[in-house]
Design a protein around this ligand. Structure first.
Ligand code: NAP
Length: 332
């Protein structure tokens, strides 16, 4: 930004996953000169995955490379992309006001929320204790440390299966622990998992406790409880990867917008419109069903088109007499 502490935009996009960047591409092409604030993890969840095989047009692409291409695309279309984090968002006044970690204060006529989701944890005290000392939620970030070692992956969805397969590049043995007797991951992923000689599956068990040493802090295994008969088994391992799904990152708007169970932002069916006119939501923040890169991108497109239409209805699609003056922005 040329003026870091005061900036008015017609469209502010918060978040830099597929939803945010797609919204930026569409809003930029609509000549709305959007500003996108990337957040704490520029590029979002795909930057911590490896192979992506279901992005149309790419048989295989690396997650970080795909996100870099999206960012470059958004910039090339004229979007302003800023590495900063929105720490406070006021949707009760107009223009809307966003305060950023850097101290920047941005006012916006329309806001597109695309803050995505973050990994869920088991919420065990022992898990918390060993986070960073053998407990992780990111195999691509931490897998390298388990060369020749044994690890546990917890969960039964696509993330857990992907993490387990990825970890076989380093670990000597990977045990997937799942609380039921069937996986919810895609069939093709399940096939790869079952065929991999380095992977064992422990069915019908959940993790009761992470086991480890005190000094230095380090994981030695996990205490498992059978979901069938409650019996306890200690499974030795050098690392435990938690892959039990994601929660939407809706903290910024928790008290301002209606949320569905699980914290997902409500949007009007078939649109990206939230309960506040001029505020739109897209991607994992609002989607508890599909949660794919391609569906997030589609929702980002919808959000930008909805924002464009809404601004046009307000007479603000072009900066006109209704656009706030510098003095109004400064006092916002
Ligand atoms: P998910 O599909 O919601 O699966 C979460 C898994 O964790 C489930 O198997 C669930 O068990 C288990 N689980 C949840 N809470 C648990 C707890 N407290 N203790 C033990 N186990 C627990 O989440 P995800 O795998 O992160 O996937 C999220 C979305 O992203 C999905 O739509 C997925 O398709 C998508 N995704 C796609 C790809 C890809 O296309 N390549 C890759 C990654 C993710 P139950 O089965 O018993 O509920």
């Amino acid at each position: 930004m040329t003026e870091p502490n005061r900036h008015h935009v017609r469209v502010l996009i918060i978040g830099s996953g597929p939803a945010g960047y797609t919204a930026a591409i569409y809003a930029a092409r609509a000549m709305l000169q959007p500003l996108l604030i990337q957040g704490m993890q520029p590029g979002g969840q795909l930057t911590i995955t490896t192979d992506v095989e279901n992005w149309p047009g790419d048989t295989e692409v690396q997650g970080p490379a795909l996100m870099q291409r999206m960012e470059d695309h958004a910039r090339a279309m004229g979007a302003e992309v800023v590495t900063d984090t929105v720490t406070r968002l006021d949707l009760q006044r107009r223009p809307f006001v966003a305060e950023c970690d850097s101290g920047a204060r941005i006012t916006a006529d329309a806001v597109i929320l695309a803050t995505g989701a973050q990994a869920r944890w088991l919420e065990l005290p022992s898990e918390d204790k060993y986070k960073g000392f053998g407990v992780s939620a990111c195999a691509t970030c931490d897998g390298f440390f388990y060369r020749g070692k044994e690890v546990i992956v917890v969960g039964g969805g696509n993330t857990a299966v992907e993490e387990a397969l990825f970890l076989t590049n380093f670990a000597s043995k990977v045990t997937l622990v799942h609380r039921r007797d069937s996986l919810r991951a895609e069939r093709i992923m399940q096939d790869r998992l079952f065929k991999n000689p380095k992977i064992d599956v422990v069915w019908n068990h959940q993790v009761d406790e992470i086991l480890g040493t005190e000094g230095p802090l380090s994981v030695t295994g996990a205490r498992l409880r059978s979901t069938l008969d409650g019996s306890i088994t200690d499974l030795p391992a050098d690392g435990v990867f938690i892959a039990i799904g994601h929660s939407p990152s809706s903290e910024l708007v928790r008290d301002q917008l209606p949320l569905r169970r699980g914290g997902y932002v409500e949007v009007e069916k078939g649109s990206a419109r939230t309960a506040i006119p001029g505020v739109f939501a897209a991607g994992d923040l609002t989607d508890d069903v599909y949660r794919q890169a391609v569906t997030s991108a589609g929702m980002g497109c919808m959000a930008a088109l909805d924002a464009e239409q809404w601004l046009a209805e307000q007479g603000q699609a072009e900066a006109g007499p209704d656009a706030p003056t510098e003095a109004e922005i400064a006092s916002a």
